[in-house]
Write a protein that binds this ligand. Structure first.
Ligand SMILES: [Zn+2]
Ligand SMILES: [Zn+2]
Length: 237
């Protein structure tokens, strides 16, 4: 399965078949067998979703509490979840949005969430043609009964890819990139994003939302990137 290339994956994308193994899966994008071997977070810090024994708040979050209060992650950003997200984002496999949303909605433990999708700068939006986080957020709202606040927050400055930058530059790179156009009148705001890498961008968005009136920000992400050294060996199949 590791040798599976994106092109091969794309050829296998038929609505009635599992996107990963091409086996029959009439009800959902990923069949039950594949679902069981997808990499999911085990014991994780409730705040940042990185591995933490006993699910305790980790030392990093205790020493430097972020602006968000929780992070709910469906999967870890490893094979084959990484391939699914890349197919969705870069190869327009939009039929994955409802499946990602299902994986996220089952993590929500409170009703009627007010949802904000991680904004995309207009240049990036023009290149890609859609905001992947918004596509997922819309489906989460349909399933979980919440509401998506569409135009409240904008990313008004394009940023360099966080993954290209050293750690200390990542915070500077995202500082003040968001503007909230209206006050947020909600205790709890759910921010939907596809991948959480360092968390610097989500933290900056949470800071902006709290300035605008949100009292609590919960991240809801499809996949959490694990730090080097904490990635698990792929499950043998
Ligand atoms: Zn399958
Ligand atoms: Zn933490």
């Amino acid at each position: 399965m590791r040798r599976l290339e994106l092109a091969g994956l794309a050829r296998k994308l038929y609505p009635q078949d599992c996107l990963l193994c091409s086996g029959a899966s009439p009800e959902q994008a990923i069949c039950d067998g594949c679902l069981q071997v997808l990499p999911s977070p085990e014991e994780a810090c409730p705040v940042c979703a990185l591995p933490s024994p006993g699910q305790r708040t980790c030392g990093r979050c205790l020493a430097h509490p972020p602006y968000f209060s929780r992070t709910l992650a469906a999967w870890t950003y490893e094979f084959p979840v990484d391939r699914l997200i890349q197919a969705f984002k870069f190869h327009h496999r939009l039929e994955l949005a409802p499946w990602f949303a299902q994986s996220l909605a089952r993590l929500l433990d409170f009703p009627d969430p007010l949802i904000i999708a991680m904004p995309l700068h207009k240049r990036r939006l023009a290149e890609r043609g859609f905001n992947q986080a918004l596509e997922i957020a819309r489906h989460v709202a349909e399933i979980a009964g919440g509401k998506v606040l569409h135009s409240a927050v904008h990313k008004y400055r394009a940023t360099r890819l966080q993954s290209e930058l050293p750690l200390d530059a990542r915070v500077r790179n995202v500082r003040d990139v968001f503007r909230c156009a209206e006050p947020i009148r909600s205790n709890k705001v759910v921010v939907v994003d596809d991948v959480m890498t360092t968390g610097a961008t989500l933290n900056e968005l949470a800071r902006t939302l709290k300035q605008a009136g949100a009292s609590q920000v919960v991240n809801l992400v499809v996949a959490r990137t694990l730090p080097r050294g904490e990635r698990r060996a792929p499950t043998a199949r």
